[in-house]
Design a protein around this ligand. Structure first.
Ligand SMILES: Nc1nc2c(ncn2[C@@H]2O[C@H](COP(=O)(O)OP(=O)(O)OP(=O)(O)O)[C@@H](O)[C@H]2O)c(=O)[nH]1
Ligand SMILES: Nc1nc2c(ncn2[C@@H]2O[C@H](COP(=O)(O)OP(=O)(O)OP(=O)(O)O)[C@@H](O)[C@H]2O)c(=O)[nH]1
Ligand SMILES: [Mg+2]
Ligand SMILES: [Mg+2]
Ligand SMILES: [Zn+2]
Ligand SMILES: [Zn+2]
Lengths: 211, 211
């Protein structure tokens, strides 16, 4: 598969660049509408001023997500993928040219909403973080295993809606551990702010190690 | 693109088979967890006995969805796609061999949860029906336009949760109409049963025409 080999070459080049400049890079993946942008808006608002921040956005069309990030006070570059269902390392490499220097900072990459294809594409990130909304049901780790296997951290979002949906958190955690024993899990709500402290602590730790 | 030409040949063969046997075929597409299976369970329960019914299920892994359909009283065949992010016409053709004859009936195909790739693959169906959950946000038709352009009907599901989420139905409808002026829209809830009558009437009409 030439595509994967080419992608890996670009990903390795990205990773070298990130390492040389002490940039901590996180690739956020999920189904459409799980809350990636909402969480990023909360995150950049909380971390602004602590270290350089930027967000690369990936969507089939529109600038909507990058506009939400810029309104929260962080630079953001929007990639429109057209018919493509995932970001690749080549796109990310070029997006860097449109962002300010991030030496000693954090780069977030919000991937296209898709619980399948982005699992297979290394972008040069330190970690994939998968976001699962409780509204999607508790069987997703078992039904879409490749993504949960590829992620180091799972944020279970929209926990404020738990009283209104039939979703078993224990089943989510058991399924995720079954497909990926090393995955860590954190319950959060981008709307209420619940659980964000643990997420910010995880980011600060990764950032500290990358510098 | 050889893949698309091969797929189209299989889709045309499927469509000929469906037409010769008077089978009304609907391809259900959505993000993961929008409620495809929940709606199908309600649907087969309501239509059972009126005409022959069957469901082809598509997921990366597990038999979970086909088991839910069989428990509701309709035959179902589960396709596990592995790393593939969508069903194709070749898979659907083979799945038919595992189902009872459906002459004069309705075949539902529940595609892999993915708001991107299934838009490009004809399976031989009469209609693509896209399901959008109000919990995913109201910007999806604009951000994932190809799928809403490819669908003839949009079911806006989980309307029972509207009081608990920030989602503007008018924006959903305007976005869908912008990318596809001919799309029809129906608000439904698979949990409460709201709006299902209009969906069942649409199915009965299509079934009547196909026979
Ligand atoms: N109740 C509740 N709603 C949330 C939460 N997080 C996000 N939402 C809502 O979920 C919808 C989608 O949120 P987004 O942040 O746009 O999701 P996304 O993953 O970035 O979506 P895409 O980029 O299109 O894939 C919006 O209506 C948000 O208001 C949460 O914690 N609780
Ligand atoms: N509140 C509410 N929850 C719903 C509704 N429809 C489905 N759900 C819930 O949404 C979750 C996912 O439902 P499924 O029917 O499994 O969704 P799906 O689209 O088939 O999911 P995949 O096949 O994995 O892509 C489950 O927890 C359901 O209980 C609805 O109308 N209202
Ligand atoms: Mg987003
Ligand atoms: Mg399903
Ligand atoms: Zn794909
Ligand atoms: Zn695909």
């Amino acid at each position: 598969q030439d595509i994967m080999a080419t992608n890996q070459r670009h990903a390795d080049a990205n990773r070298r660049h990130f390492r040389e400049h002490g940039i901590f890079v996180v690739n956020l993946v999920s189904s459409p509408g799980s809350g990636k942008t909402s969480l990023l808006v909360r995150t950049v608002t909380a971390l602004r001023g602590e270290m350089p921040l930027a967000v690369i956005e990936g969507d089939q069309q529109t600038e909507l997500d990058a506009e939400r990030i810029r309104a929260a006070g962080a630079p953001s570059w929007q990639i429109n993928t057209g018919r493509a269902c995932h970001l690749d390392a080549h796109m990310v490499g070029h997006a860097l040219e449109h962002l300010p220097p991030l030496d000693g900072g954090i780069l977030f990459i919000e991937n296209v909403g898709n619980l399948v294809c982005p699992a297979g594409f290394d972008l040069g990130e330190a970690h994939k973080v998968v976001i699962l909304s409780v509204t999607e049901g508790d069987d997703k780790p078992l039904k879409y295993p490749h993504m949960f296997h590829a992620a180091d951290l799972m944020l279970v979002n929209k926990i404020d809606l738990l009283p209104h949906v039939s979703c078993d958190m224990t089943r989510i955690l058991a399924g995720a551990k079954q497909v990926n024993p090393r995955i860590r899990a954190m319950p959060v709500s981008a709307t209420t702010g619940d659980g964000l402290d643990a997420w910010l602590a995880w980011l600060r730790r990764g950032h500290g190690e990358a510098k």
